[in-house]
Design a binder for this molecule. Structure first.
Ligand code: BTN
Length: 333
């Protein structure tokens, strides 16, 4: 079920959050928000019931001590400074796949920027039919509905936009992430996040696109199945300490919106530059699996459509979709 939230409860929470470690009096809150003292007290009680720890001292008022590690609109909305992205937030304790739910919502008319987010997925999907490990309350699993003004041939650009944005959000969280073509986020040579883009299009325009992102945040090595333990990593593993998921989600939404706006206004050129500046693929020896073939060579560049250019034995090959393996793992592995 989506979370039920009350706007004035969110306002009380935002007020307390802004005060940081300071106490704020019930009177100050009620004056500022135009609520009765009894209503403020009711909202504080309700927030406590949602897992917030709020101290109360008769002479000084209320102080926010701890926020629950959850991603409902109550936690996320006060952290968002986006104009569209995540302003309409569909939260679920558990879903099969956030992409599937976002596709349903898109078909029902969801607007640009609506986000589906889940604490757990039972059938999380990756690219090329792989599954995406999605244990409860450890990581981020979200999907964004987009209504881009784009011809379908340019839709793959959106995936690169998303990988640049996730890379920036991870770097802000203190993780030295890099992008492996087309949209795998690596840290210490291991996968930390991925993007799955799905769309419905008419011949000349994209009807909707769903950008699904999975970011490994607080998963420990043992949370991954044995066969992935050498391939996958998380913010916790990289930094040695857990990260607040809500803050990271808000950073992802902000970065995504900034880069999507830039893409809409200026086209693919600035995205291509940003992607090149963050990639761990270019200049490396790679083996690419594409169209049932294996191409070994040097990854030279991406072209003005985002396709990978690999110089192999048969000359320069242009790869539109495929799986890239770096022959020598990047440093840190
Ligand atoms: C990949 O690297 O293969 C892409 C992984 C994408 C995983 C995310 S988690 C949220 C969204 N829902 C899904 O079922 N998949 C994407």
């Amino acid at each position: 079920m989506p979370a039920e939230t009350q706007p004035s409860e969110e306002l009380v929470l935002a007020f307390l959050a802004e005060a940081g470690d300071e106490y704020v009096s019930g009177e100050a809150i009620s004056d500022k928000l135009g609520l009765t003292r009894a209503a403020v007290w009711k909202h504080v009680e309700s927030l406590r019931a949602h897992g917030y720890r709020i101290d109360a001292l008769p002479a000084r008022g209320y102080r926010l001590v701890e926020v629950p590690d959850r991603l409902t609109p109550l936690e996320l909305r006060p952290l968002l400074n986006t104009h569209d992205l995540g302003q309409e937030l569909h939260w679920y304790e558990e879903l099969g796949s956030t992409n599937d739910r976002a596709k349903e919502l898109a078909e029902e008319g969801a607007e640009h920027g609506e986000v589906v987010i889940a604490e757990a997925q039972t059938a999380g999907r990756g690219r090329r039919g792989r599954s995406w490990v999605s244990p409860p309350r450890k990581n981020l699993y979200f999907s964004v509905v987009l209504r881009p003004e784009l011809p379908p041939a340019r839709a793959p650009e959106l995936t690169l936009v998303a990988s640049v944005a996730l890379c920036d959000a991870l770097r802000l969280a203190g993780v030295e992430a890099g992008i492996k073509w087309p949209n795998d986020l690596l840290a210490s040579g291991r996968k930390i996040a991925g993007v799955l883009t799905e769309l419905a299009a008419e011949p000349d325009r994209v009807h909707w696109a769903v950008l699904g992102a999975g970011v490994n945040v607080n998963a420990r090595r043992e949370d991954f199945p044995e066969e992935l333990r050498d391939e996958a990593t998380s913010v916790l593993i990289e930094r040695g300490q857990p990260a607040p998921r809500a803050l990271l989600a808000a950073a992802c939404f902000t970065a995504l919106e900034d880069w999507l706006d830039r893409h809409a206004e200026e086209g693919f050129a600035p995205i291509r530059e940003a992607w090149r500046a963050r990639t761990v693929t270019l200049g490396r020896e790679v083996v690419v699996k594409a169209d049932g073939r294996e191409i070994a060579g040097t990854a030279e560049d991406i072209d003005e459509t985002g396709a990978l250019l690999v110089r192999g034995p048969a000359g320069l090959e242009r790869i539109l979709a495929g799986d890239v393996k770096l022959v020598r793992p990047p440093p840190g592995r």
